[in-house]
Design a protein around this ligand. Structure first.
Ligand code: ADP
Length: 274
């Protein structure tokens, strides 16, 4: 199985969810058995009791699981039904680890974030990965948040354990344009990639969210400072309709680049019905 982790930098609400859903869809359209996982780094067990004014509507899955509305996007984009296991929250992970500890499963060991919490996270991701060619894992929150640290650490470990050919990282960032200067600014992207690299994760592709298409100068600069080849610096500008996002990412070559990076057979996606 190939794993694609999607992280976010600079600010929240960038479109990590839409990017992850689109990526899942583009992999599925290539004939790979694909599924998506959403990681929510909050301590709540599920989204069922969360204030909809803060978090948007709660999405209810077929098995009754109450989750973040990103899972709704996954279901629509991948034309599939997901289960409660496809949403991993800090609350679920800690709850499971504490239950195991009380049961004596750890045989008196000191139970710690590393390795016990990170192992629990990896186990849950691998469990879903069975019977799939590609799993897209969206890590909620922004790189640098304390809350998302164990998940990023688990992802880093997975690249070591599964091998570099089997795990890729996509980092979604924001490229603002200062009206008075009229230039797209790459510094926030540089900083967030630096932060990600300080955690041992080198992104394979950057999805740069901006109002207008990414200018060539900005693309080159991001590439140079982040050590990501220019063709893997993907422009995701604002579009009218989020259903256009997969087509935009396909044109930009994100999925093509990742299939090559992961050693998957190169295929044209079936997008006629989209
Ligand atoms: P995140 O998961 O990073 O919080 P979401 O995927 O939920 O972000 O996206 C935040 C909002 O931005 C959503 O309303 C989504 O529809 C919108 N959005 C995402 N990408 C684009 C885009 N390229 N153009 C216009 N709107 C977008």
């Amino acid at each position: 199985t190939k794993f694609i982790f999607v992280t976010g930098g600079v600010v929240s609400g960038l479109g990590k969810g839409i990017t992850s859903a689109s990526l899942g869809m583009l992999m599925k359209a290539r004939g790979f058995r694909t599924t998506n996982i959403k990681i929510d780094p909050y301590l709540n067990y599920d989204a069922g009791t969360m204030n909809p004014y803060q978090h948007g509507e709660v999405f209810v899955l077929d098995d009754g699981g109450e989750v973040d509305l990103d899972l709704g996007n996954y279901e629509r984009f991948l034309d599939t039904n997901l289960t409660f296991d496809h949403n991993i929250t800090t609350g679920k992970v800690y709850s499971a680890v504490i239950e195991k500890e009380r049961r004596g499963d750890y045989l008196g060991a000191t139970v710690q974030v590393i390795p016990h919490i990170t192992n629990e996270i990896k186990e849950r991701i691998r469990e879903i990965a069975r019977d799939h060619d590609v799993v897209v894992v969206e890590i909620g929150g922004t790189v640098g948040d304390i809350e998302s640290m164990p998940f990023l650490e688990a992802a880093r470990q997975m690249q070591l354990e599964e091998g570099r050919d089997n795990v890729a990282f996509v980092h979604v960032t924001y490229v603002p344009k200062l009206r008075v200067v009229g230039e797209q600014k790459t510094k926030p992207t540089q900083h967030s990639v630096k932060e990600l690299r300080s955690l041992g994760i080198q992104p394979d592709a950057i999805v740069a969210r901006s109002e207008d298409p990414l200018e060539e100068a900005a693309r080159r600069k991001i590439s140079l400072f982040t050590n990501v080849p220019p063709e893997a610096v993907i422009s995701a500008y604002d579009v009218e309709d989020t259903y256009e996002v997969p087509l935009m990412l396909e044109k930009e070559g994100l999925a093509r680049y990742l299939t090559r990076r992961l050693g998957l057979p190169e295929r044209e996606p079936e997008l006629e019905d989209w």
